[in-house]
Write a protein of this length. Structure first.
Length: 301
């Protein structure tokens, strides 16, 4: 069960309340023990998780040590910043202090930096009434730490000029595949395309650019819609990350697999077929995406 000691409450009142709730059978004895040990004035406010059977001496030590109950929230790989904020604000044990239009990144010391992609996907444990800003600061610092560590040990000759560019590309890799073994291959394809000045031509960036207008069906018209995130129309990386990248995605873009592949296409089972030439890629698209109908491919060339 959860038991809360409110700030400023007297030790006598705590003992009486524990007795009233059936947690302590001998509150006077518990008070005597606490005063005898000099601990009566050392209990700390907070919410505690109590487990049966309750030993009075252990209960006292729990309150004195301030081992309050911890709650948790998981930020998932591939989430957008909007999803992060929604999860943080809806958590019942997180204290909302930020205005809806708050410039969170400025509060984190990164003025004019977009927040997308900057919060490390992980399960976080925290006490009751942790503020939303404190939670976000923790996730942000962990992402910076992981990103900087990967950047320092990156492979040579990568077409990435900064850790932020690595963060952007890692977010794309995160959205392109859920198969761990493919991440370094997909990262290698994108890096090779960047080196050659080829467009990335990746659907997740287009979908991100469409925002709320995306209805779940990526059409040919969507691919031709001009947004800053349409990598079918614009060369190079999009202006910001498109999601939270995992540690594996960060590692993949900074340590890509050795491959000559420049193309890949979804096979329909979650995996991808990788090709070195456009001719081979064309055949793969016809096979895996168009059911073997070459006429449909020519219609969109």
């Amino acid at each position: 069960m959860l038991y809360e000691i409110k700030p400023g409450i007297s030790f006598k009142r705590v003992a009486a309340d524990l007795h009233a709730q059936g947690i302590l059978s001998r509150p006077i004895y518990w008070r005597f023990m606490a005063f005898h040990q000099g601990k009566a004035n050392k209990i700390k406010a907070g919410q505690y998780r109590l487990r049966s059977p309750i030993v009075p001496a252990q209960l006292l030590d729990l309150f004195v040590n301030g081992k309050t109950a911890l709650f948790r929230l998981t930020l998932l790989e591939g989430w957008t910043y909007a999803q992060v904020i929604r999860a943080v604000r809806s958590h019942p044990q997180i204290l909302c202090t930020l205005a809806p239009d708050a410039d969170v990144m400025s509060m984190l010391g990164q003025k004019e930096m977009p927040p997308e992609g900057w919060f490390y996907p992980n399960t976080y444990h925290f006490p009751k009434d942790t503020t939303d800003l404190a939670f976000l600061k923790r996730a942000y610092r962990l992402m910076r730490t992981r990103l900087e560590k990967e950047w320092v040990s990156r492979a040579s000759n990568l077409p990435l000029q900064s850790p932020y560019e690595a963060l952007i590309l890692a977010s794309i890799v995160e959205k392109e595949t859920a198969i761990p073994a493919e991440r370094t291959l997909i990262a290698a394809v994108f890096l090779s395309r960047l080196k050659k000045g080829m467009r990335l031509q990746t659907d997740p960036t287009v979908i991100y650019g469409l925002g709320e207008s995306y209805n779940g069906d990526l059409s040919y018209q969507n691919l031709r819609r001009d947004t800053p995130y349409n990598t079918y129309l614009h060369r190079g990386l999009p202006p910001t990350p498109i999601a939270l990248p995992s540690a594996a995605a960060l590692h993949a873009v900074l340590n890509p697999a050795p491959t000559k592949a420049l193309y890949f296409v979804a096979k329909g089972d979650g995996s991808h077929y990788f090709s070195e030439t456009y001719k081979e890629h064309r055949q793969a698209v016809i096979k895996y995406q168009l059911g073997g109908d070459a006429h449909r491919y020519r219609a969109h060339e």
